[in-house]
Design a protein around this ligand. Structure first.
Ligand code: MV4
Length: 450
């Protein structure tokens, strides 16, 4: 096991990882920018190193400063959290060259999944169902036209270097195709320095369902069921739940087994998420994330498994703590992302939290680094905490969530709490009847009255 882990992140996830390391009896080091000197995780860590000024590129993205902090403190492993350097293959390679363990997959596996064409090709080879479309990049418009007419319109043009919704264009008919290809190519070239694009059948009203996996890097892997992350705005998830209200037990174990087998065959090490669009009873792979995700606690709630413990165990060579047949899914969990943002416009609202009071009681978890008097820096994302609620079934979970939202107090800044108080009383949400477009449609429909 590791002696000392360096946490290369900030906010609630730095605290989340710190808690897991402490439980495992591992010493903790955090790195932070000057803007985060008074953060909760900095106070709770055994050691801290200031690595630079507020802008991320000069601190949380500064690989050399982070490696230097490892050398100075004698850390033998780095947990990258999510965002920042968590899916940076070069960072994983550089740590390996310094004999420091990156708590995550190999640089090569990160690289494969970062290239969306290569990721899709790999998924297909491993037996994961993919969206019908081009085999790899489309280089000329005639070829694109041939593929599009074969699979049928509408189609979507995606950037290979994109992901998370960047560099996508929908073509509803053949007339739209040349413009969709040209814009997707030029946007991808400008944004990523790589103008490779591919084509897929466009799914009109899918749900976003993702499967949590963990591999031991030696040919064994488990799945921990799925999360439904369809409630999103501009590709920012807002509300996530496990299980998906749309799946039955047979679909759950079928897709889970496909994913765990694929990850075992790949020899993947660490936690990962395989993302699907789900429509009319079919799953279609879109991307794989090679990191721990923001919404991982809903999976922890229904399985009782600590995903960060598993990440650390696997990275240290200790293997997985559970076999697939020992994993039982129990009840239902929902996560609400509490952002310091206007609840209608989502405009960031940094400032000082004058009063912070979190709900408690059975089935309630709050992951947050915030406290009364905490000043939210304006330099980073606006997530100030996550409310995760568990119940024996979805109805109990929703009742408990409504009560927890009533108890939650965040004064001094605007937050997304009022949005959740509204959603928990909505009939479609109560019925689990929503797709990836539901929230944006709802916000547009209720804009005048809000
Ligand atoms: C799609 C799609 C429809 N059809 N692919 C957006 C993010 C990126 N990960 C993939 N995305 C989409 N790919 C096909 N073939 C619709 C989306 C999409 C979306 C997906 C998941 C969650 C929210 C979304 C919002 C808009 C579009």
């Amino acid at each position: 096991m590791f002696q000392k882990i360096l946490i290369a992140n900030r906010g609630e996830i730095a605290l989340r990882v710190l808690r897991a390391a402490k439980e495992l009896g591992i010493q903790t080091v955090v790195v932070h920018s000057t803007a985060d000197a008074d953060a909760m995780h900095v106070r709770l860590a055994d050691e801290s190193v200031c690595i630079g000024p507020p802008p991320s590129r000069d601190s949380y993205l500064n690989i050399h400063q982070i490696v230097a902090a490892c050398e100075i403190t004698g850390a033998d492993a780095v947990h990258p959290g999510y965002g920042f350097l968590s899916e940076n293959a070069r960072f994983a390679d550089i740590l390996a060259a310094h004999k420091i363990t990156f708590i995550g997959p190999s640089g090569d596996h990160i690289r494969i999944m970062g290239d969306k064409i290569e990721a899709k090709r790999t998924a297909k080879r491993l037996g994961i169902p993919v969206v019908p479309g081009s085999e790899g990049a489309v280089s000329d418009d005639r070829e694109a036209y041939r593929i599009a007419t074969e699979i049928g319109f509408p189609v979507i043009v995606k950037a290979s270097a994109g992901g998370g919704g960047r560099g996508m264009k929908v073509a509803r008919s053949a007339e739209d195709l040349p413009v969709a290809l040209a814009t997707a190519r030029s946007e991808a070239g400008a944004a990523f320095g790589d103008d490779a694009v591919y084509i897929e059948k466009y799914l009109e009203k899918p749900r976003h369902i993702e499967v949590q996996i963990v591999g031991d890097g030696a040919g064994k892997a488990i799945h921990l069921g799925e999360r439904d992350c369809s409630l999103q705005r501009r590709h920012q998830k807002v509300w996530e739940e496990a299980n998906s209200p749309a799946l039955n037990a047979e679909e759950r174990s079928r897709i889970g087994e496909i994913c765990s087998k694929a990850i075992a065959d790949l020899g993947y090490s660490g936690a990962g998420t395989i993302e699907f669009l789900y429509e009319n009873g079919e799953f279609y792979f879109i991307e794989m994330n090679t990191r721990l995700q923001v919404e991982h606690p809903v999976t922890e709630a229904i399985t009782g498994i600590d995903l960060v413990h598993e990440q650390i165990r696997v990275a240290s060579g200790g293997g997985l703590s559970v076999r697939q047949d020992e994993i039982k899914f129990s009840g239902h969990a929902i996560e609400c992302r509490i952002n310091a943002e206007d609840p209608r416009t989502f405009t960031p609202s940094p400032g000082t939290i004058t009063h912070f009071h979190t709900p408690g009681g059975l089935g309630i978890r709050v992951d947050s680094g915030a406290y009364s008097g905490y000043r939210i820096p304006p330099y980073y994302d606006s997530l100030i905490g996550k409310l995760i609620v568990h119940g024996r079934n979805r109805v109990e979970c929703m009742m408990r969530l409504r009560r927890a939202l009533d108890e939650f107090v965040v004064d001094g800044v605007k937050t997304t709490l009022p949005l959740f108080r509204e959603l928990v009383g909505n009939i479609d949400i109560a019925n689990g009847d929503y797709d990836i477009h539901w929230l944006e449609k709802h916000l547009a429909e209720t804009a005048a009255t809000a």
